[in-house]
Ligand binder design. Sequence first.
Ligand code: DC
Length: 281
Amino acid sequence: MSLPSNSGKETTDPVTHASDTNKPPILIAIDGPAGAGKSTIARQLAARLRVPYLDTGAMYRAVGLLAMREGLLPPYSEGQGKRLGQLVQRHALDFRPEQGGFRVLIDGEDVSKQLRTPEASEAASAVSAVSAVRRALVPLQREMAAKNGGVMEGRDIGSVVLPDADLKVFLTAASDERARRRHAELRGRGVEAAVAEVLASQQKRDMQDSSRADSPLQVAAGSVVIDSTQMTPDQVVERILQELERRRAKPLDTPGGDAVKSRNHGRLAHDSGLPVEEERF
Ligand code: DC
């Protein structure tokens, strides 16, 4: 894996410590449903904090693409599940966090663009429900995070991959707004689809991602829940930076620290309509 040049926007944010060698690299987990704006926010945040942007969805998309190429289509039998898990070892998967993006190479071929089609989205959702695939990818994700820290986005980052992240964010937005954003994004890349079609596919993926047995999408314990329906990306990034600063200023055992925040978390998480992971104290 290659690492980013760290030449992102210079900042004097007090929360930045990427260049301070005495401190462990900063880790931020961002989870949420499809189309909530995770990629935009995670990229901007990573640039502000000068840490790598780590897109775990792209890793599941890479396995989904390999599955399509090998004719492995859902629903998967147990044997197929095992084969899917082995794809990660059988192919050279190169995940490269880089300035403003996350490039993926399979056996030397840059597939980053191919990962963004609606078919690749469906395939990623299907393979991500297979435990053998998750068992193969989660250690790679932890390894990337341990190397230089980062802003990691996905579905199980706060709950499974990085439960001890410096900050866990659950980013959501109203379903029709998420579909509208995804539609605009697809159109920007020259992919034409009706909004209703995008909404239906999004609902199917949300259902699959939050109802699977292994590492379902859920609000991780201790997460800040942000509903971005009425917010600009800049506002969301500022909100997260403020939260990061606030938490770093207030240790866990002081009044007004995490205990109070957790009560808030319960209320907000309930509003999100998604399952909430039990608090770990
Ligand atoms: O974030 P995305 O749309 O690129 O993710 C593609 C699929 O991968 C999505 O359906 C959910 C799944 N995924 C997952 O199960 N766990 C992650 N950490 C990231 C993505």
